[in-house]
Design a protein around this ligand. Structure first.
Ligand code: MG
Length: 394
């Protein structure tokens, strides 16, 4: 009876090539050190490789003198740094020699730092292909029509049927690609390691690449990557409604300003019905209760308190959720006083407390045609709608 053969898990090492200067991407900083969504391109590349559980160690090839900046951008990510050579090929060989000196590997993934968004599925395909080959690379078919041209004049077409765009990581049996590099004629340039393996006499398997692996080359590539990495956000809308009674011998605080009037609002805190409605709208958009649950009317400390602090509190709750206040729309419902003369001061004050531009704050007013409690001047009502932008997963 045959025994099932068990083999030790192969040692898989990744080599990130990050020695380029990347001048086509614009700016002074080499592109592998530029930030996308608050993280260096090199760190994105590292994290994407490490996210694949099969990779045991990462070595990074850098240009001479770049170790300190790379270390600071990598933070506590563990990686062996290797100084590269003048050419990409020479840099890869330097990396392979360093890995050999550190104990070698069974499989090596040679990856460009400028292709930081590596889906794990691509690594799976490469490792599967390597079970029957010495080398495998991700590639995508060419969709665009290709032509030849000289000095901006088209000179002929190209059949694209057998053309592919080559990506990285490129996966190899470690000993084979190291031997192929050592045997390469240094006077020749090679733009990738698959060519070197082929020149050494081995087939290279093509596996399906991924559009997300496209190389960051031009400034617009960085802008696009920044957008794709941005946290998805969702728009939240909340509404608030409040009423307070008008009473003699009270100040009339409305929407954060003192309005001259023969009566004022009575009730919780300074009874600023307009700010209370806005606070409830914001808490509603956050789904975090209402003003009464955060500032109970039974609590003596809020008696006569300025409602500015409640609004500032709601603003802080939004900030704590990494949210943005997109818009506030307030409607004050009363027979008197007239709101029009105070509208701009109210907008300015609300915008000031919320720390948003004044064009994000709308203040409107209406009467009720002398109907109901507002029409009889017994009280003032306010309603508000708050539109917030929050991280979609919060
Ligand atoms: Mg109230």
């Amino acid at each position: 009876m045959r025994r099932r053969m068990t083999s030790a898990k192969p040692r898989i090492v990744a080599l990130i090539v990050a020695a380029g200067q990347g001048s086509r991407a614009g700016g002074e900083i080499p592109k592998q050190f530029r930030m996308i969504a608050g993280k260096a391109v090199l760190a994105h590349a590292y994290d994407a490789l490490m996210a694949h559980g099969a990779i045991d160690a990462i070595h990074i090839v850098l240009a001479d003198g770049q170790d300190a900046v790379a270390r600071s951008l990598l933070g506590d990510r563990a990686a062996s740094l290797v100084t590269g050579a003048d050419s990409r090929r020479g840099s890869v060989q330097a990396g392979l020699e360093a890995i050999a000196a550190a104990g070698g590997a069974n499989i090596i993934l040679v990856h460009d730092a400028a292709r930081p968004f590596l889906p794990g599925l691509v690594v799976d395909r490469l490792l599967l292909a390597l079970e029957g080959a010495e080398g495998a690379i991700p590639a995508l078919p060419v969709a665009d029509t290709l032509v030849r041209g000289t000095a901006d004049v088209m000179s002929g077409g190209v059949d694209r049927a057998d053309l592919y765009r080559v990506q990285t990581p490129q996966a190899f049996r470690f000993d084979t690609i190291l031997a192929a590099h050592r045997g390469w004629d240094e006077r020749l340039e090679a733009t990738d390691d698959a060519q070197i393996l082929r020149a050494w006499g081995h087939d290279v398997i093509l596996v399906q690449g991924d559009e997300r692996l496209e190389k960051l080359t031009y400034p617009q590539d960085f802008a696009r990557a920044e957008m794709q990495q941005a946290t998805p956000r969702s728009t939240r809308v909340g509404m608030g409604y409040d009423v307070h009674r008008l009473a003699p011998n009270e100040e009339l605080w409305l929407a954060g300003i003192l309005v001259p009037h023969d009566r004022g609002l009575a009730g919780h805190s300074d009874a600023d019905v307009a700010l209370h409605a806005i606070v409830d709208a914001m808490l509603g958009a956050l789904a975090e209760g209402d003003i009464g649950s955060h500032f109970p009317p039974s609590d003596a400390q809020w008696r006569g308190a300025s409602s500015d602090r409640f609004l500032a509190y709601a603003r802080d709750r939004v900030v704590a959720r990494d949210g943005r206040i997109e818009h506030i729309d307030l409607t004050i419902i009363c027979e008197a006083p007239k709101i029009g003369p105070h509208r701009d001061a109210m907008r300015t004050r609300i915008a000031e407390i919320l720390a948003v531009p004044v064009d994000r704050v709308s203040v409107k007013a209406t009467t009720t045609e002398r109907l109901g409690f507002a029409g009889r001047r017994e009280g003032i009502a306010a309603q508000a709608v708050a539109t917030l932008s929050l991280p979609a997963l919060s």
